[in-house]
Design a protein around this ligand. Structure first.
Ligand SMILES: [Zn+2]
Length: 560
């Protein structure tokens, strides 16, 4: 840490003019790292009541005169009042607003306490998006030990809705990145001399073996943080390390990834997940069924866990018994009995499921179906008065049916038990703060397989990038949902038909495919074609077009 200008001035190492010049440059911007913390504390202790004090940063105290940086004009009587209260002279130094805002935030950030509270503009009282890198860097500059550094990084991640933190050793130092809305964002690079120590401290914090840096390790940290309402909430951090080449002359280093799991889930309601009105009606109808199985599919990070938890929360009432078997339990849900798989202790998915069936359940959530026994038991449960929710790893909704059959249960039972399949991907939403109308290009229309007149072109939007969205043009995400509703025809096809028949039927019925769902989101200006291309499996957009072209005269194959 650099020694404060105030101290240097006091020791007469520099002149007053130099001191002021190094604190506030010609553009009126303040070098916040040079501000003296003790001076600030002393000043505000003396002022006591802050309600009628103008927004000021104590810059210097010199010959019984406080030099206060202030981004607004202060009237003479106000200055006099403050001067009387402090029994000192007061000189107001004009500074720019952003310096004040950044300084104000730093005061609010307590490095020993994690917080996800929004940055508030002290001049307007409105909450605003911070410049993540800048604030995190300033905050890091104020900490002088590794644990505070790690906490500063975690706080920054919490405030910016990051799901993961990546710490990577590079030749320049420890690179810090946050994953926000599914995309990694570079935040800062910690100096080379602390880079190793930060990783070691992190390993200490999560109980890893620090003497071993040649083996991948994983650990957990349980923390508390303050939410936006300043209430204390639990935070679970899953930490994993991986030995790697650090980039510094091929030296060995360790990369660490922290996954942030807020114990209090911040799930929305089912209505906000991204279902279209049409699919939402069908989906809610499934959830009201007394028995049957609903399958959720999608790769890791597709948001299926969120949909699953939100749905469980929606159907959890005092009159039903909901039990889950999960690996791991990611969020704790009130009113629901959650159990965790523990292979070592013999608590496998299959054993867990058998055990919870003896617990008089109404609704069962199986984290995953992996083997025949679990599949068979789950399907039998779904046929005997239980609503079962589970996940499978398949590319799309239709893929869940052959996958289930592959795992082994009798197709007749599957067709009787299955209510439907939800497949989903998360797309980023166009940033509302910088969105503007956008005219679809020829290639956009081609991707979606639309003609200009079908494209609702006046409603398309894209973000042009602003500080609130990291200049990406996107802010927040929502799901694109493909819903396969098992009707009589599909039941027949599951029982005795083929995948080809299933796909043909879906193409010709009003199946809400990824493509249909994606098109409606672009046409409503919620997201962009670019984003859909990034997120959806290639086949999802290609399928409809190719089927039309290859089988132009195909007629509906009705297996019944
Ligand atoms: Zn924006």
């Amino acid at each position: 840490m650099s020694s404060s200008i105030q101290k240097k001035l006091k020791k007469r190492e520099i002149s007053f003019e130099t001191a002021l010049q190094s604190l506030v440059n010609e553009a009126k911007s303040v070098d916040l790292e040079l501000i003296d913390c003790e001076l600030c504390t002393g000043f505000f202790r003396q002022v006591r009541d802050l309600t009628d004090v103008p927004p000021v940063i104590p810059l210097l105290l010199w010959q019984n005169c406080y030099y206060l940086g202030c981004p607004i004009e202060v009237a003479a009587p106000e200055v006099r009042k403050l001067s009387d209260r402090l029994a000192s002279e007061i000189k107001i130094i004009p500074i720019d607003e952003s310096s004040y805002r950044n300084w104000f935030r730093l005061q609010k950030l307590n490095s020993t306490k994690l917080s996800s509270a929004d940055a508030v503009n002290p001049l307007t009282g409105e909450s605003e998006q911070e410049d993540i890198s800048k604030i995190t860097e300033l905050h890091l500059a104020q900490t002088d030990n590794q644990i505070d550094r790690i906490k500063a990084i975690i706080s920054g991640a919490l405030r910016n809705r990051a799901s993961d933190i990546h710490l990577e050793p590079t030749a320049a130092g420890l690179r810090v990145r946050y994953r926000i809305d599914g995309i990694l964002r570079p935040i800062t690079t910690l100096p080379l001399e602390v880079s190793r120590r930060v990783v070691v401290s992190l390993k200490v914090m999560c109980g890893m073996d620090i003497s071993d840096s040649r083996r991948p390790q994983d650990g957990r940290i349980g923390e508390k943080y303050l939410d936006k309402q300043q209430e204390e909430k639990g935070l679970d951090l899953r930490v994993s390390t991986l030995p790697c080449v650090s980039g510094q002359k091929g030296e060995a280093g360790e990369k660490a990834v922290l996954r942030l799991l807020k114990q209090e889930n911040s799930f929305k309601t089912i209505d906000d997940l991204g279902f279209s009105p049409q699919t939402l009606t069908i989906y809610k109808h499934w959830l009201e069924q007394p028995q049957g199985i609903i399958v959720f599919t999608g790769p890791t990070g597709s948001g299926k866990t969120s949909t699953l938890y939100t749905s469980l929360q929606a159907i959890s009432t005092d009159s039903v018994n909901i039990i889950t078997v999960e690996d791991p339990v990611e969020y704790v849900l009130p009113g629901i009995t959650q159990t965790q798989v523990n292979e070592m202790a013999g608590m496998t998915f299959a054993a867990g499921l058998r055990a919870i069936l003896r617990q008089d359940p109404d609704i069962i959530m199986m984290g995953e179906i992996r083997d025949e026994e679990t599949a068979e038991t789950a399907i039998r449960a779904a046929l005997t008065g239980h609503l079962v929710l589970t996940t499978l790893h398949t590319n799309d909704a239709a893929g869940a049916i052959p996958r289930l059959k592959d795992i082994g249960p009798d197709p007749g039972l599957i067709s009787d038990a299955l209510l439907g399949v939800v497949a989903q991907r998360l797309v980023r939403r166009v940033c509302p703060h910088c969105s503007e109308p956008y005219s679809p290009t020829e290639s956009d229309l081609k991707t979606l397989g639309l003609r200009l007149e079908e494209s609702n072109a006046h409603a398309w939007r894209h973000g042009c990038g602003c500080p609130k969205c990291f200049h990406s043009g996107y802010l927040g995400r929502e799901a694109i949902i493909e819903l396969l509703n098992v009707d009589d025809t599909i039941r027949q096809i599951i029982h005795e038909g083929s995948t080809i028949q299933l796909n043909q039927y879906l193409d010709e019925s009003n199946f809400v495919s990824f493509r249909t769902a994606a098109i409606s989101k672009v046409l409503a200006g919620i997201t962009t074609v670019e984003e859909i291309r990034r997120v959806l499996p290639y086949s999802a957009l290609a399928r409809k077009v190719s089927t039309d072209q290859r089988f132009p005269s195909l007629t509906l194959v009705n297996a019944s």
